[in-house]
Write a protein that binds this ligand. Structure first.
Ligand code: ADP
Length: 173
């Protein structure tokens, strides 16, 4: 049987990328010929890293993973997927609470663009890992070495020590 080339996009904020995201990437890369990790550029509240920084962090981590690339994109995920000729959207599931929102999103994307979404459950050990909580714990100086790669932990530490220095300056000035 002829093999059809299947390209998938894994869209998200990835602010920052966690071991949970990477787990989904490593499981997903086995199912597709090419997997594009797509960092959304749409302005989100409480953004910690710029899209460029997020792409840079991810690029370091996927080096050597065959068929996995990272890009950033503007606007609608389905339009970006069409432009890149991707036929699948990949999303990760942590828990039942994710399902409700993801279900709605997947059905909307299918209704408006006819694109299918495939879900992968991350390993149980990352079932509670979210970028939001990672940012919160990191801002308080917590150890996150089980949940994010060392390179990401380093960047977070750098970002928050600079933010703290700025706040101290502002308080004393
Ligand atoms: P978004 O803002 O689009 O939800 P995220 O970066 O938070 O972007 O998440 C991107 C995708 O990765 C989503 O499908 C999300 O459910 C999934 N995801 C996030 N963290 C995990 C995790 N720990 N395990 C499995 N999937 C995850």
């Amino acid at each position: 049987m002829d093999h059809k080339f299947v390209r998938a996009v894994f869209p998200g904020s990835f602010d920052p990328i966690t071991n949970g995201h990477l787990d989904v990437v490593k499981r997903g890369m086995r199912l597709f010929d090419e997997l594009i990790i797509a960092v959304g550029r749409s302005p989100v509240k409480n953004q910690l890293f710029t899209p460029e920084e997020r792409v840079e962090m991810i690029a370091e981590l996927i080096e050597g993973l065959p068929g996995v690339v990272v890009e950033s994109f503007d606007g609608l995920t389905v339009e970006y997927a069409a432009k890149r000729q991707a036929t699948v959207i990949l999303r990760g599931l942590r828990s039942l609470t994710d399902v409700q929102y993801e279900f709605q999103l997947a059905l909307t994307n299918r209704a408006v663009a006819g694109i299918e979404t495939i879900f992968i459950m991350s390993s149980e050990q990352y079932g509670f890992t979210s970028s939001t909580l990672i940012r919160e714990v990191a801002s308080l100086g917590g150890d996150l070495s089980n949940l994010i790669p060392a390179s990401v932990q380093k960047r977070l530490a750098g970002r928050f020590s600079r933010l703290r220095a700025k706040q101290d300056d502002a308080a004393s000035g």
